[in-house]
Design a protein around this ligand. Structure first.
Ligand code: UD1
Ligand code: CA
Length: 459
C-alpha cells in the first residue's frame, strides 16, 4: 500500500482579482502550488495528481520546465462542482489499494510531518481529518462530535445551525482516505446542500453510517493550514513566513540585524558568522559562506558567496559565483555569469556581465565590464568600458595579468590587453596590446595661447 496525493487547484480565486491563477501567486518567491507539491513530495508520495480547472493551461505551463512536471499527473475539472467532485475527477487514476491524501493548492505552508501523521492516523477506519481549533471559524466547515467526542459529520458554515456555528474546531480541508472507501463514498455524494455542490466533507457522515470511527489529528500551527483566498491573506502569510524564516536563520547562527527586514524568497544556506544588515533580499538558491557580511538594501539571487566576502550597501547580484574574501559595492551590479576569483574587488557603480575577474584584480569605479576575462592582479581604472556589442554581435575582451587600464578607456572588443600592459587615460583601444607596452589611442592635447572666451551678444 502506498500513498497518492490529490491536490485541488481548480478554483477560480475570484477574490484575488487577478489574471494570474491563484495557486501561481508567489509566497516567499515560490508559487503556492509549488509549495504544496513540495510538501506532497516530502511525504514520500508515490503519485501526485493535480486537479486544475480555471486557467488550467497557465497552471500546467508554469511547470513545463520544472523538475516536478514528470511527477505530476494533471487532471482536468471542467466545471467546479465542489471539492467532492474535484477529487472524483482524479480517482480513476488512483490505485484502490492505496491511500489518498487530499491537499489544497491554496494552503501553501503545510508541514510534511503533520501530513505523514494524518495518513498514519487514517489506518483501519480509512478516513482521517486534519482539524484546527481557531478563534476565527467563520466561513469554514465545523467538526461535529458526539458526546463521546467522536466525529459524526462536518457541516459547512452555510449549512450549519446556530448551535453548530458556535463550534470552534474546523475542517482544515486536509483529509486522508483509503482509496477504495473514498471511491465508494464519493459515488454516493449529492448536491443537496446550501451551495449545491458535491462536498468531499460528506464522506465523514458516510463513514459513520458504515460504523467506522473517523480519525482526526488537530494541529496547533494555524499558519500551516491557513488557506489563501485574497491578497490580504497572502500578504499576511508572507509576513509571518518571512519572520519565521528570519528567526530560524538567527537561531541557527546568522546575525540578522532586523528580523522583520530580511526577505528569503527561495532556499539560502548560510555558513558561520554571517551578518545580514537591513532590507536584504535573498532570492532563488543561494549559498552564503562563512563570515560574509551583507550590507543594507542588497539583492542576491541564485549566487554563491565565498567566505570572508564583504558586500556593501545597495548591491545587486544575480547568477554570480563569488570566491573567497572579495569586496563588492556599495552600488555594484553583478549580472549573470559574473565570477569573482579570490580577493577581487568591485567598487561603486560598476556593472559586470559574463565576466571573470581574476584573483586580486580590481574594478573600483564607474565601469561596464561585459563578456570579459580579467586575469590576476589587474587594475581597471575608473570609467573603463568594454565595448562588447556592435549592435548585432557580442565580442570578448581579455585583460591579462598585471595590466593597468587607465581611466576612461574604451576597450573595443574583440581585443586583448597583454600581461603588464598599460593604457593611457581616455584611450579608445581597438587593437591588441602586446605584453608590457603602453597603448595610447586618443587625440593629442593642444594648448592654444591667447584664447579669448566668447562674450555675451547684445542686440
Ligand atoms: C472547504 C471545505 C471546508 C473547509 C475549508 C477549508 C468542503 C465542502 N468544504 O470549504 O469544510 O473548512 O475548505 O479551507 O470541502 N476546488 C476545486 N474544485 C472545486 C471546488 C474547489 O478544485 O470544484 C478547490 C479550490 O480551488 C480550493 C479547494 O478546493 O483550493 C477548496 O475549495 P473552496 O471553495 O475554497 O472550499 P471552501 O468552501 O473554503
Ligand atoms: Ca477556501
Amino acid at each position: 500500500m502506498s500513498l497518492e496525493v490529490i491536490i485541488l487547484a481548480a478554483g477560480k480565486g475570484t477574490r484575488m482579482y487577478s489574471d494570474l491563477p491563484k495557486v501561481l501567486h508567489p509566497l516567499a518567491g515560490q508559487a503556492m502550488l509549488t509549495r504544496v507539491i513540495e510538501a506532497a513530495e516530502a511525504t514520500g508520495a508515490d503519485k501526485i495528481h493535480v486537479v486544475t480547472g480555471f486557467q488550467s493551461e497557465m497552471v500546467r505551463n508554469h511547470y513545463q520546465d520544472s523538475p516536478y512536471n514528470d511527477r505530476i499527473h494533471w487532471v482536468e475539472q471542467t466545471e467546479q462542482l465542489g471539492t467532492g467532485h474535484a477529487v472524483s475527477q482524479a480517482l480513476p487514476a488512483v490505485d484502490p489499494d492505496n491511500q489518498v491524501l487530499v491537499l489544497y493548492g491554496d494552503v501553501p505552508l503545510l508541514e510534511a510531518e503533520t501530513l505523514t501523521k494524518l495518513v498514519a492516523a487514517c489506518g483501519d477506519s480509512g478516513i482521517a481529518v486534519l482539524t484546527l481549533d481557531t478563534a476565527n471559524p467563520a466561513g469554514l466547515g465545523r467538526i461535529v462530535r458526539n458526546n463521546k467526542g467522536d466525529i459524526t459529520e462536518i457541516v459547512e458554515e452555510k449549512d450549519a445551525n446556530i448551535e453548530q456555528k458556535t463550534i470552534t474546531e474546523i475542517n482544515t480541508g486536509i483529509m486522508a482516505f483509503s482509496a477504495a472507501k473514498l471511491k465508494a463514498w464519493l459515488e454516493k455524494t449529492n448536491t443537496n446542500n446550501a451551495q449545491g455542490e458535491y462536498y468531499l466533507t460528506d464522506t465523514v457522515a458516510m463513514a459513520c453510517a458504515d460504523g467506522l470511527k473517523v480519525s482526526s489529528l488537530t494541529t496547533e500551527d494555524e499558519d500551516s493550514v491557513q488557506g489563501v483566498n485574497n491578497r490580504l491573506q497572502l500578504a499576511e502569510l508572507e509576513r509571518r513566513l518571512q519572520r519565521k524564516q528570519a528567526e530560524q536563520i538567527a537561531s541557527n547562527g546568522t546575525t540578522v540585524l532586523n528580523l522583520d527586514r530580511v526577505e528569503i524568497r527561495g532556499h539560502t544556506t548560510f555558513g558561520k558568522d554571517v551578518v545580514i544588515d537591513i532590507n536584504v533580499i535573498l532570492e532563488g538558491d543561494n549559498h552564503i559562506g562563512d563570515r560574509v557580511r551583507i550590507g543594507p538594501n542588497t539583492v542576491i539571487k541564485n549566487s554563491r558567496i565565498g567566505s570572508d566576502t564583504c558586500i556593501e550597501a545597495f548591491s545587486h547580484l544575480e547568477d554570480c559565483e563569488i570566491q573567497l574574501a572579495c569586496q563588492i559595492g556599495p552600488y555594484a551590479r553583478l549580472r549573470p555569469g559574473t565570477v569573482l576569483c579570490d580577493k577581487a574587488k568591485i567598487g561603486n557603480f560598476v556593472e559586470t556581465k559574463k565576466t571573470v575577474i581574476g584573483k586580486g584584480s580590481k574594478v573600483n569605479h564607474l565601469s561596464y565590464i561585459g563578456d570579459a576575462q580579467v586575469d590576476e592582479a589587474a587594475n581597471v581604472g575608473a570609467g573603463t568600458i568594454t565595448c562588447n556589442y556592435d549592435g548585432v554581435n557580442k565580442y570578448k575582451t581579455h585583460i591579462k595579468s598585471n595590466a593597468f587600464i587607465g581611466s576612461n578607456t574604451a576597450l573595443v572588443a574583440p581585443v586583448t590587453v597583454g600581461m603588464g600592459a598599460t593604457t593611457g587615460a581616455g584611450s579608445v583601444i581597438t587593437s591588441d596590446i602586446p605584453d608590457g607596452q603602453l597603448a595610447i589611442g586618443r587625440g593629442k592635447q593642444r594648448n592654444i595661447p591667447n584664447w579669448k572666451r566668447p562674450t555675451k551678444k547684445t542686440d
